[in-house]
Design a protein around this ligand. Sequence first.
Ligand SMILES: [Zn+2]
Length: 402
Amino acid sequence: MPPRRHDWRHHNSDPMIETKRLYYDDCYIHEFRATVIETADEGRRVYLDRTAFYPTSGGQPFDIGTLGGIAVREVIDEDDRIAHLLEQPIATGEAEARVDWARRFDHMQQHTGQHLLSAVLIELFNIPTVSFHMGAVTSTIDIETASLDPKKIERAEERCAEIVAEARPIVITYEDASADLGLRKESKRTGTLRIVSIDGLDRSACGGTHVRSTAEIGPVLIRKLEKIRGNVRIEFVCGLRAVRRAREDFRTLSEISRLVSVPFEETPALVAAQVDKAKALEKTAQKLAADLAQREGRELYGATAPDESGVRRAKQTGAIDDAMRARAQAFVAGPKAVFLAVCENPPSVLLAASADSGVHAGDRVKAAVTAAGGRGGGNQGLAQGSVKDAAALAALVAQLSQ
Ligand SMILES: [Zn+2]
């Protein structure tokens, strides 16, 4: 994609010395000598006469490396100049510079892979790319279409592989913007444009770094498709990243396959069946738990002696869950019954009362939690409340136990 701000025309009206960008003409320079001509931020923000360090631009992240043996942490495009942010201060004068080549070459593979994929999507389906982002793990392009058939994705992936295998040259030229350049995406720039061409396939105005042959892109693997704001977002990986990703996917699938003890091809059907089975078992377990809780509630009612007013009162401690609710409701299904459940974490209560108990659960809980600084309520038969801490819970329980 074309860089957003920087223009590769020369404007010498500026009194500052423009940084010569070595990567414009040769993306493979990664060891070079340069002169520190200015520094800022106590020697940590450094300007060179020339640099091979790529600054964040056009969807491609900055390079890292060393300058005079000091780590370069970030590289920023300031239009005419490039700022190198160093870990430690550096003095002005000549210095040896080294770009982290593994990182840069990876960026070149992802970035050129993007040119290739975008060009193939035009060639096969006439779908334009509207944006590009290169991430630390995967890259994405947003393409101008509401949806994309998975078959088309497979076709695009294979077409990329064909062009990679053809080892087509990728060249950089400088051409006048006013000419009919036949670019994949029209450039709004004027003056001289830097054009990156994949032989016989694509011409794009771009300020980024690219490999010199499609062979160097390596594998292009398309991954997730996502619908975003009326476009489709395609996630992809190229080169060594694609190899590593595929190996990781293989490991993941091996692990799943080992766990379910079937070959790879059978894992989707087996996992789907296991998920269905787990859901059915969960339903059965819930039903059994509810039946058991109801039974416990009824048995507890039978085993609880009425007090002097003829009301049976039960108190249980534990989580206020479906089982506790079922137990409480089964207990108060009998005549003249009140059931109090107390949970310590989170501090909360449940009160259930039979219609003939003389207790209105909702009113009692509401009054008690309000006094204890909490919140809650319910109806005559069932109510719940919560308070903020153990002391408030103790006060609440004391109130409700009366
Ligand atoms: Zn590019």
